[in-house]
Design a binder for this molecule. Structure first.
Ligand SMILES: [Zn+2]
Ligand SMILES: [Zn+2]
Length: 513
């Protein structure tokens, strides 16, 4: 859930007047309550670690049950950790304390020290680091019994570095960018109002998206995939599909992750990344399908689509916020004047709703777009390993795969579905086995959707493909509907931006971005 974390951390770093601790003496109460709650959640993590290590030592045969329970608790504790930090900032006075203690004098006014807002979510960083330390032993014990000791595990420092790298890329980078902008606004207000600065700060985002792959490679410690049969296979497949990228990369995770992804908008800085485990545990024909899925994202222009969608959406949301602001501030009707008075009373708290709005919007709208694109990439993966015979029953060494990947055959679809199923199984995800309609099942399936908001639950993806192989659904109909969906979405966003831009004034909108 890195995206949730990003928004929570951004909200914590905003210049909000956080409330005082519940009782006096304020400073000591804030420190004691915050320190106490951090210690409490770390103690819970430690209890989980002790249970995992001890249970596995006494009875290694319970490894799958222990792994499931451990994963469930770890996810639950993730939310508890966020809730605890929210309580520290909102109720226990930690946010107030940080703002009070980090004031410095600048230009004859008290200002928060540069980057000091990062201290507001500091309890979370402490918990996170503590959890990595604590969970290491549990993860190592699990790794040992799940891999029967034949795969070495990280040292503790390498494990910490591995987690830190992912956190830096997925979470810290966007948060630090926003905090940098806030710091510049505080310490160089004239500069931050110039057009050049505005243009530069808007251009930072596309630059980051464009050059992200180059940063990602050293940051995650990715290596070029070594020469050998797998790489030869990938290169032959890329050639057959007329796909270009800078390199195929290997992500060494000591078997911790079963994953593949593509990154980069243009071929020169585009990589396809595979973790060690997916290369080892997925058979070659299915692996071709996995690579096909990633290539499908590039062939269908998904990365470009996402970039344009995000740029348009954020502009529309900024314009909408500005429009509402202008509307309330210029209104004369009695209710709106009362609302205005109330908003002035709420002061800096009004910074938070836009963050919640953006998070909810991305979750719902980007989620819907992304899930459809994932299915399109799944279909491309199937086509990658399909022959030209739409009624074929099996493939062998003599099967000819047409260039370009435009055909779809039942064997190709089933092979790809098998790859997905294997990934599901290796990740320890349960399949939705049907059965009685119980609250527990409903909750589990809702949770499955929330977790898989970008991809859709893997069991749903598999069952769609099996329906397709059995001729129960029509692939061309899906493609037509997706095309219409993309067009309607993008045109609506563009129309909304034009309408709102005209309403609020383009210059004001540009200044508000
Ligand atoms: Zn994908
Ligand atoms: Zn076939």
């Amino acid at each position: 859930m890195p995206i949730l974390l990003v928004f929570v951390l951004i909200a914590a770093c905003l210049p909000v007047e956080w409330p005082l601790p519940p009782f006096a003496p304020e400073r000591r109460v804030a420190l004691a309550l915050t320190g106490g709650s951090v210690a409490l959640v770390l103690a819970l993590a430690f209890t989980l670690r002790v249970w995992v290590v001890r249970t596995l030592r006494l009875d290694p045969a319970r490894r799958y049950e222990v792994a499931r329970t451990y994963n469930w608790w770890r996810r639950t504790l993730f939310f508890l950790n966020i809730g605890t930090v929210a309580a520290c900032v909102l109720v226990f006075g930690w946010g107030w304390l940080v703002w009070r203690e980090t004031l410095v004098f600048w230009n004859d006014a008290a200002q928060m020290a540069p980057f000091a807002e990062l201290a507001v979510p500091l309890p979370y960083f402490v918990i996170l680091l503590g959890c990595w330390f604590i969970y290491y032993d549990a993860e190592r014990a699990l790794h040992r019994v799940l891999h029967l000791g034949d795969r070495p595990y990280w040292s503790r420092s390498a494990y910490l570095l591995h987690n830190l790298r992912q956190f830096a890329l997925l979470v810290a980078l966007p948060v630090v960018l926003i905090v940098t902008q806030q710091t510049l606004n505080r310490y160089a207000p004239e500069m931050s109002r110039t057009t050049l600065y505005k243009v530069a700060s808007l251009a930072v985002v596309p630059c980051i998206i464009l050059f992200m792959p180059l940063v990602m490679k050293p940051l995650l410690g990715l290596r070029s995939m070594p020469a050998g049969p797998t790489r030869d296979r990938f290169e032959a497949l890329a050639k057959r599909l007329n796909f270009r990228c800078a390199d195929f990369l290997l992500w060494h995770t000591h078997g911790a992750a079963i994953n593949a992804f593509i990154t980069g908008l243009v071929p020169r800085v585009r990589y396809v990344v595979f973790t060690d485990r997916i290369l080892e545990d997925i058979p070659p024909d299915e692996l071709d399908g996995v690579l096909g899925h990633e290539i499908g994202h590039a062939k269908h222009g998904h990365l470009w689509l996402y970039a344009v969608f995000l740029a348009l959406s954020l502009s529309v949301l900024a314009a909408l916020t500005l429009y509402l602001d202008q509307y309330v501030n210029t209104a004369t009707s009695e209710e709106l004047v009362r609302l205005r008075g109330w908003l002035v009373g709420a002061k800096t708290w009004m910074l938070l709703p836009p963050v919640v709005l953006i998070a909810a919007y991305l979750f719902v709208v980007f989620g819907a777009l992304s899930r459809r694109c994932e299915r399109q990439a799944d279909l491309y993966g199937c086509k990658t390993i399909s022959c030209a015979n739409p009624a074929c029953t099996e493939h062998d060494e003599k099967t000819v795969y047409p260039p370009g990947g435009n055909c779809l055959c039942p064997t190709g679809i089933r092979t790809f579905a098998r790859a997905l199923d294997r990934v599901r199984e290796l990740n320890g995800m349960e399949c939705d086995s049907g059965g009685r309609f119980t609250l527990r099942r409903v909750l589990r399936s809702v949770w499955g959707w929330v977790r898989a908001w970008q991809h859709g639950p893997i069991s749903r993806r598999i069952s769609y493909l099996l329906d397709l192989a059995n001729g129960l659904v029509d692939e061309r109909r899906f493609q037509r509907r997706l095309f219409a969906f993309k067009c309607v979405l993008m045109l609506s966003l563009a129309a909304a931006l034009v309408a709102l831009g005209e309403a609020v004034g383009w210059k004001d909108l540009f200044d508000a971005l």
